[in-house]
Every structure is written in structure tokens, then in C-alpha cells.
Design a protein around this ligand. Structure first.
Ligand code: C2E
Ligand code: MG
Ligand code: MG
Length: 685
């Protein structure tokens, strides 16, 4: 039953779909035939005919009924069954005709011919879709007709029937072919429609996908838009910050944040402009370089906050005294620069410099602290000194250094010889920065001798610097540099440690050693505690340690000095006031502070033997110090006559070249040996 194709299925379907019409037609024809024959000739055979017909019709109806319910694989069997049933019907009618081939009644004969022709013709519609069924139905009838005509000798009727048979078969075949072509077309169309429907579904799916993608895309676009918006907002914010920063940077590039004064860069720009204007107008121009004296001191003792306050105050005061046409700027640190334009007279800077010095020498009050500073001013002028902005600025700086050198709170006009000195000084400054690491420092010790007992009572430790380029440099030259650069703190600590090690080494034979302290060291917060630590670390006997301070310390900040000195003396150390008689120390200080010794300066010793006035002063100092229970040491005694005079004036201790120059550590034992020899000589005389 296999091998049935789609077209055949359709043909069988069409065959069965016509089944009711065909059956009805056959049944109707059958009934008519039965009635016709029954009433005309009462033939017996007609009952068999009708019975057989009915069975065949019922078979076809039953098949029609079951065809839709059965498995499709039996379709061919159904088709064949239909063919057989149709054959039976065709045979049934053929046999009926053959049985009555010799009928005389024309009506009956004509009726039969009409029945056959009608059945054969109508079967084209109902059976030709399945040619086997059609052939099975019509061929028996056509053959029976030809046979009947032949038996009756009606040749022309035979011919006509044969032609009709041929014609009707062609038509049936044609009908069949048309049906099949139609089905193929329909199949193709339905395939086309299915394809189209599939295409439509595909397109719809694609469209949906497209829609989905579009939605996704829109979501992404929305997200991206949001991100872009955010980025944009960030960018705007960044641009705002950048603009602000640029403005701030521009401000910082040209202004000093602390004093709100123009900075060095802006000053130089202004100076350049002023110079070109002055060149055209042939006018005078002055550059004043102001440097605060001992500003480092303030920062170290009071902290940077107060230091900043002082700088602001200085800026305010400078603003007050200058004319609108003058430019004032902060050059950096504690340096200020002033540009004086449209000057009529070369003496104008002189007046201004004096004013500045006077103004900055008046005490400042910053956050409740009374602060004294001073200023050194250097002056350079166009066209007298130069016509280039940077040169003029450098010259005024050089002049300022010169002013500092000759004593602070001073001013100087530029002279070309200064520049070389400044360069030397800078070189020295750099060399000093490396001196400690390079072991270029060492201490020498100058003996102090008791005038009456002729015994060594102690030594003064003095710093020496031996540099490969500068050789031995005088402390009077390099110590101020150590102070100005702040190196004194580090070097000062080294000196103390070195001197204490000298004591603990036993080389000083239990004599006290005097250490010089710079005013800067004393102003360090809690410096006494640091000294205590070093004393404890070295394990030295504190009573053998003496510290020398200078008068300048007393004027600076009395209460702090007082505290420092009392802390030192609590440690058991003694305190000597150095260079006594050179400054303006009031005697009253001596009563208020724990000072054990005064060191009378060499300037009072030189020419003491001839200068009566000096003798009176020294006598007064000795008397006064004895009354206060303060010892005296005479510094710089070089001659026997000086010694004699000092002895007459009741001087006690001598330190000077007469007895010994400052000695290197290795020479100290020799010194003691010499002393012993001298003592022995003394005894024997
Ligand atoms: P000073 O403390 O008054 O030291 C005494 C100075 O007088 C020393 O000069 C010493 O060599 C010198 N001298 C001693 N006897 C005579 C003499 O008979 N004739 C002459 N013409 N001079 C004599 P030096 O060593 O050059 O020191 C100069 C100054 O440098 C010192 O004066 C002191 O203020 C400072 N100094 C030296 N060493 C140190 C130190 O270790 N620390 C600190 N802060 N300052 C020091
Ligand atoms: Mg000294
Ligand atoms: Mg001295």
C-alpha cells in the first residue's frame, strides 16, 4: 500500500468527495430504471439488478464514511475498493442492457441508451479524477452498447458508439489531467502560500526581533545618553575646577598667598615695564631689597605661625609708607623688594630706606607676642647701576648683604665690588653644608689660668674649620654663616658632644671646659632638655661643663633666656657671659640671671696698661662682679704688661696667647707637662 504520492492522495480525496453526488445519481438512475422496467415489462432480472446496485452503492457510501477515519496508508486500498464498486455498478447496468438486447420497444431501448450515456457523461465529473474508477465504470457500459449494436447489426450505431467512446475517454482523460494539473497548481500555490506565510512569519519574527533590538538599542542609547550626560556634567565640573585652579595658579604665579603682595615674577615683569618707560622718559628708578634681620630666630623660637604673622605685619607696614606709584613685592622667605618709579632725586631711596628700617625696628605684636626684628636694605638704581631688571634686582640683593655685614638695621647702595664677595660667601655656605659630613670641623681648647696659683682652671672649646678650598677659616667669618643658614643647630650639637667626650676622655684632667653657645641655639624650645640628654648620654660630670652665652641673648627675649639659663644651672653646669664690655649689657641682668662668670672682652684688655679710663672701667667691673659673687676671666691677654695691670686690678683668671694659643686635643698633655715643669721651676727659684 506504499508508494502513494500527494497527488494521488488528493485524487482519491476528490473521488470520495464526489461519492455522494455519484451515488445519488446512480441511485436515482437505478430507481428510475427499476420503475421503468418494472412497470413496462415486469422483468424478473430487474430485482437482481437493483439489489446488486444497492449493495454497490452501500459499499461506496460505507467506504466514503470510513475513509476519513482510517489510516492514510490504506488510501490506495480504498481507491481500489471504490474502483471495484464502480465496476460492479458499471457491470450491473451493462448486464441489464445486454440481458434486454433484443427489446423491441423503442422507448425502453432509447431509455437504456440515455441511461448509459447519462451515466458515462456524468461520471466524467464524479469519477474521472481517478481514471481506473472511470474506466471500471464506463468501459463495461461502452462495450455492452457496442455489443448490443453489433448483435443487432446496426453498424453505424456501433461506429457512433465507438467514436463516442473514444471522445468520452479523451474528455475524461482530459478532465483527469486538468484535475491533476489543477491539483499540482493548487499544491504549488499552497506551497507558495505556505512559503509566503512562513515568510510572513519570518518577517514578523524578524520585525519583532528588530523591534526588540530597536528597544534594546533605545535602552542602550538612553543609558549612553545618561552616561554622556554624566560625563558632560563631570566635564563641566572639571572645567569649572580647572578654570578655578588656573585662576588660582595664575594668582599663585604672580602673587604671594601669605602677604597678598605681588611675587618675584610679577615684580620682575613690572620692573621690566618700568625700565622701558624710564628709558623713554629718561627718569630715575630705584630697586630696594629688604631682608628681615634674624627672622629665622623668630620662626625657631615662636614657630612658623607667628613667623607668618610677622611677615604679614611687615607687608602691611611697608604698604603704609610707600607711594601708590611704588610697587612692593615679596621676593621669597623674609625678603621684600620695592620698585620706586618716577624718582626726581637719587636721595629718594635713601629716605625710603631709612623709613623702612625705622618702621621695621619698632616692635610687632603678633598674637600677644612682642617681637623685635630689624631690616637690612640694599639699593640699586637705574641708570646709575644698570639698565636690566634682573641685574638691578641682583645688585640690590648684593647691596643688602653688604648692609647686613656692616651691622644689621642698616642700608647700603650698590657698588660693583660687592658681587665677588657674595659669590665667595655662597661658595663658603655650600662648603659648610658638607663640612660636618666631611669631618672638616674640630675643636681646639684654650687654657684658662688662675693668675695667683698659676694653675690651669679650665679650657675654652673653640671651633675650627679646615676646608680644602678655603683652608683655615676664622670662626668670626664662618660662624655667622652657620647661624644664617641654620647649620648652627646641627654643628652646635656636635660641638657639645665633642667637648663632653673630651672631658670624659680624661684629657682635661678634671678641669672644666667652656662651650660657646650661639643665641640661636639658646632660643630652641626646651634646649636645656636636649643638653641634659647629651650630658646623661656621655655620663660627664655636669659641674665640669660651662656654657658661654653672649649679651645679644639677653636683649632678645629675657624671660625665655632666664628660663633656659636657670634650667642649665639646675643641671649643675656653670654659665659665663662672653665678650663682656662690648655691648650695652646692663649690670642689672647679672643680678637677675644665674651667671657665674663674666669674660671680659679683649677690647678692654688691649692697651689697659696705658689707658686710665679703661683701667677705671675694668676696676669697676671687677668690684661689681666680686660683690655679686661672679668670677672674672680676662680674654685675649697677650703681653706681660697687660697681665701685670690685670693683676694689679685684682683680675683672677687669664685666657690669652700669653699663656697659650688654643690647643689641639693632642697637645693638651704637653700643656699639662709644661705647667708641671714651670711649677717646679717656680718652687726651686
Ligand atoms: P670668643 O668666644 O670670645 O673666643 C675667644 C676668641 O679670642 C677666640 O677666637 C680665641 O682664639 C681668641 N683669643 C684668645 N686669646 C687671644 C689673644 O691673646 N689674642 C687674640 N687676638 N685673640 C685671642 P676664635 O677662636 O677665632 O673665635 C672667635 C669667636 O668665634 C669666639 O669668640 C666665639 O664667639 C666664636 N666661636 C668660636 N668657637 C665657637 C663655638 O664652638 N661655638 C660658637 N657658638 N661660637 C664659637
Ligand atoms: Mg667664648
Ligand atoms: Mg669672647
Amino acid at each position: 500500500m506504499s508508494g502513494i504520492n500527494t497527488l494521488e492522495k488528493t485524487q482519491i480525496g476528490a473521488l470520495y468527495s464526489q461519492s455522494y453526488t455519484a451515488n445519488m445519481a446512480v441511485l436515482a438512475t437505478g430507481i428510475l430504471t427499476y420503475i421503468f422496467f418494472y412497470f413496462s415489462i415486469q422483468a424478473n432480472y430487474i430485482d437482481w439488478f437493483f439489489l446488486t446496485l444497492c449493495i454497490a452503492i452501500i459499499t461506496r457510501v460505507t467506504l466514503t464514511f470510513y475513509i476519513n477515519r482510517c489510516d492514510k496508508k490504506y488510501l490506495k486500498a480504498f481507491a481500489n475498493a471504490y474502483v471495484i464498486a464502480s465496476l460492479i455498478i458499471g457491470l450491473d447496468f451493462s448486464i441489464l442492457s445486454l440481458t434486454y438486447y433484443d427489446l423491441k420497444e423503442f422507448d425502453l431501448r432509447f431509455f437504456l441508451i440515455i441511461v448509459h450515456v447519462g451515466l458515462i457523461t456524468s461520471a466524467i465529473v464524479t469519477l474521472s479524477v481517478w481514471m481506473q474508477a472511470y474506466l471500471a465504470f464506463t468501459l463495461p457500459q461502452l462495450i455492452s452498447l457496442i455489443l448490443i449494436f453489433s448483435i443487432n447489426g446496426n453498424i453505424s450505431a456501433v461506429l457512433i458508439t465507438a467514436i463516442f467512446s473514444g471522445f468520452i475517454l479523451i474528455v475524461a482523460k482530459r478532465f483527469n489531467t486538468n484535475f491533476k494539473d489543477g491539483r499540482v497548481l493548487i499544491e504549488k500555490n499552497s506551497q507558495l502560500i505556505t512559503n509566503m506565510e512562513e515568510e510572513i512569519v519570518r518577517r514578523k519574527t524578524a520585525q519583532l526581533e528588530l523591534e526588540e533590538h530597536k528597544n534594546k538599542l533605545e535602552d542602550i542609547i538612553y543609558e549612553r545618553t545618561c552616561e554622556l550626560k554624566k560625563i558632560n556634567e563631570n566635564l563641566v565640573e572639571q572645567m569649572r575646577i580647572r578654570e578655578e585652579t588656573e585662576k588660582k595658579l595664575e594668582y599663585l604665579a604672580y602673587y604671594d598667598d601669605l602677604t597678598e603682595l605681588p611675587n618675584r615674577s610679577l615684580f620682575i615683569e613690572n620692573l621690566k615695564k618700568a625700565l622701558s618707560l624710564a628709558k623713554r622718559k629718561e627718569s630715575l628708578l630705584g630697586v630696594l631689597f629688604v631682608d628681615l634681620d634674624r627672622f629665622k630666630n623668630i620662626n625657631d623660637s615662636h614657630g612658623h605661625y607667628i613667623g607668618d604673622g610677622v611677615l604679614k605685619n611687615v607687608a602691611d607696614r611697608l604698604r603704609e609708607i610707600l607711594r601708590d606709584s611704588d610697587t612692593i613685592a615679596r621676593n621669597g622667605g623674609d625678603e621684600f623688594v620695592i620698585l620706586m618709579e618716577n624718582m626726581k632725586d637719587v636721595r629718594e631711596p635713601y629716605v625710603v630706606a631709612n623709613k623702612i628700617i625705622e618702621l621695621l625696628n619698632t616692635k610687632f605684636n603678633v598674637e600677644g607676642h612682642d617681637i623685635h626684628i630689624g631690616a637690612s636694605v640694599g639699593i640699586a638704581m637705574y641708570p646709575l647701576d644698570g639698565d636690566n631688571a634682573l641685574d638691578l634686582l641682583k645688585m640690590s640683593d648684593t647691596a643688602m648683604y653688604e648692609a647686613k655685614k656692616i651691622g644689621r638695621n642698616n642700608f647700603q647702595f650698590y657698588s660693583s665690588s660687592m658681587s665677588n664677595q657674595i659669590a665667595d660667601r655662597l661658595k663658603m655656605e655650600n662648603a659648610l653644608r658638607e663640612a660636618l659630613d666631611k669631618n672638616e670641623f674640630f675643636l681646639v681648647y684654650q687654657p684658662q689660668v688662675n693668675l695667683i696659683t698659676q694653675k690651669t682652671v679650665g679650657f675654652e672649646a673653640l671651633l675650627r674649620w679646615n676646608n680644602y678650598e678655603f683652608g683655615f677659616v676664622s670662626p668670626a667669618e664662618f660662624i655667622p654663616i652657620l647661624e644664617e643658614t641654620g647649620l648652627i643647630y646641627q654643628v652646635g650639637e656636635w660641638i657639645i658632644l665633642e667637648a663632653l667626650n673630651f672631658i670624659t676622655s680624661g684629657k682635661s684632667k678634671g678641669k672644666k671646659v667652656s662651650i660657646n653657645l650661639s643665641p640661636l641655639q639658646c632660643s630652641i624650645n626646651n634646649y636645656a632638655a636636649q643638653i641634659k640628654k647629651i650630658i646623661e648620654k656621655t655620663g660627664v660630670d655636669a659641674t665640669l661643663v660651662e656654657f658661654e652665652i653672649t649679651e645679644s641673648l639677653l636683649i632678645n627675649d629675657f624671660s625665655q633666656t632666664e628660663m633656659f639659663l636657670s634650667d642649665i644651672s639646675k643641671l649643675g653646669c656653670t654659665i659665663a657671659l662672653d665678650d663682656f664690655g662690648t655691648g650695652y649689657t646692663s649690670f642689672s641682668y647679672l643680678t637677675k640671671l644665674p651667671i657665674d662668670i663674666i669674660k671680659i672682652d679683649r677690647s678692654l684688655v688691649t692697651s689697659i696698661e696705658t689707658n686710665r679710663e679703661l683701667q677705671n672701667i675694668v676696676r669697676a667691673i671687677i668690684t661689681m662682679s666680686e660683690n655679686l659673687n661672679i668670677e672674672n676671666v680676662f680674654e685675649g691677654v697677650e703681653t706681660e704688661s697687660e697681665l701685670e695691670k690685670i693683676a694689679q686690678l685684682n683680675g683672677k683668671i687669664i685666657q690669652g696667647y700669653l699663656f697659650s694659643r688654643p690647643l689641639e686635643e693632642s697637645k693638651i698633655s704637653e700643656w699639662f707637662k709644661l705647667c708641671e715643669e714651670n711649677a717646679a721651676k717656680y718652687k726651686t727659684q
